[in-house]
Design a binder for this molecule. Structure first.
Ligand code: SF4
Ligand code: F3S
Length: 381
């Protein structure tokens, strides 16, 4: 982990790393697109990043697999690799920092005292609350104890990944640790939830750039997720959507439809019930994404996905035209209710896009209201 002086401007730091002006502007353009803003805002992003004083960052890991760290550090799209490391001053990150033991804890305490109310926190992993938090301790302190101090003294907290946002796999049925996300563990924080398993590092970069450019966090939905990343359904931007609309479905792995790139709905794809920008930003430097390589979406960006979206290869019930009544009895009314409101949610799509555009003006958009579901089904946010 390379550290630079937090007072040093981003552009100065990048120049020292050999990043060209052209690469920097390419980054600013790409991240503006990732924030779902009009391209003209790229110049404003560039101007802000050139002069910004980089905030200190504390990165906490609790009940996790470090997958979000991996995702963030591999996030070369839409960023220039060095830009990610230089957007903030990485003062504490247990996985990649050089100090250990008491020296590491001193780095944490020094950041809290020197940058109180100004630093950012990224939390990766869920927080166990059962049995006084004994299932996750660091330096003799429980995760909840550490999180209360570190997040409580920060400017803002970014919960990264489905474990930190909604509890994730540790909170799935049968879990014994009382795992919850940051919002449930410490209500009232200034917080952004970046869900998915793992969260896409490009969305983390876009969130930080939004803060550095507009001096506020991005507009969010009622799950506190940025609208630019979670405002629309995967199903509505999927390149296989034309096949869905035409009734062309993969019926079996490797069949003719699979080889032709047809819709994966019948193979269990959860794209019709998942809000995420995977189709637009993709993964691994924009190389591809799950549906692009022929596998259905697992719904990893949604709350309780491990319980609600499994079995992963069972057809998602309740999508119009596919026998709501039958699958409702087989799979459960909760999931059916959420998906059955798709028609209404689609109708609200233009409203969500308008909210997304509203943030380009610098105004915070209101959280989406609950969409009324068809009679007899549960409402959906
Ligand atoms: Fe794409 Fe899945 Fe929707 Fe088919 S069901 S169009 S594969 S998101
Ligand atoms: Fe997750 Fe579905 Fe994207 S499984 S990574 S939200 S395609």
């Amino acid at each position: 982990m390379q550290e630079a002086e937090p007072q040093q401007g981003l552009w100065t730091a990048l120049q020292q790393r050999g990043v060209s002006r052209r690469e920097f502007l390419q980054f600013c353009t790409a991240v503006t697109i990732a924030m779902a803003m009009p391209i003209r805002y790229a110049t404003r992003v560039a101007a802000a990043l050139e002069s910004t004083t980089r905030p200190a960052l504390v990165w906490l890991e609790f009940q996790d697999c470090a997958g979000n760290t991996e995702s963030a550090l591999r996030a070369s799209h839409p960023s220039v690799g060095d830009v990610i490391l230089d957007l903030v001053s990485w003062n504490y990150h247990e996985t990649i920092m050089a100090p250990s033991g008491a020296a590491a804890e001193k780095s944490l305490q020094d950041t809290i005292s020197k940058h109180k109310g100004q630093y950012l926190v990224v939390v990766e992993g869920s927080i166990p609350l059962a049995d006084d938090g004994v299932y996750c301790t660091i330096g003799g302190r429980s995760a909840i104890d550490i999180a209360k101090e570190v997040c409580g003294n920060a400017y803002a907290t970014i919960a990264l990944g489905t474990c930190a946002t909604f509890g994730g796999i540790p909170a799935a049925a049968g879990g014994l640790t009382g795992a919850v996300g940051v919002d449930a563990a410490i209500p009232g924080l200034r917080l952004v939830n970046l869900s998915a398993c793992p969260a896409n590092g490009a969305n983390l970069v876009a969130t930080i750039v939004h803060y550095l450019t507009f001096h506020e966090l991005p507009a969010t939905d009622d799950l506190r997720r940025p609208l630019f990343a979670h405002g629309e359904l995967i199903h509505d931007h999927c390149p296989r959507r034309a096949h869905y609309d035409a009734g062309q479905f993969v019926e079996e792995w490797g069949d003719g439809g699979h080889q032709k790139g047809w819709c994966l709905y019948k193979m269990g794809c959860k794209g019709p019930d998942t809000n995420y920008n995977c189709p637009q930003i993709q993964w691994n430097d924009g190389t591809n994404w799950p549906i692009g390589v022929g596998h259905g979406c697992l719904g990893c960006a949604q709350p309780a996905f491990w319980d609600r979206m499994t079995p992963f290869y069972r057809t998602l019930p309740g999508v119009p035209g596919f026998g709501v009544e039958t699958t409702a009895q087989e799979v459960g009314i909760g999931l059916v209710g959420a998906v059955g409101a798709l028609t209404a949610a689609h109708a609200a799509g233009s409203v969500i896009r308008m909210r997304g555009n509203a943030k380009a003006t610098g105004k915070v958009a209101p959280a989406p209201k609950v969409v009324e579901a068809p009679k007899g089904q549960e409402p959906r946010a």
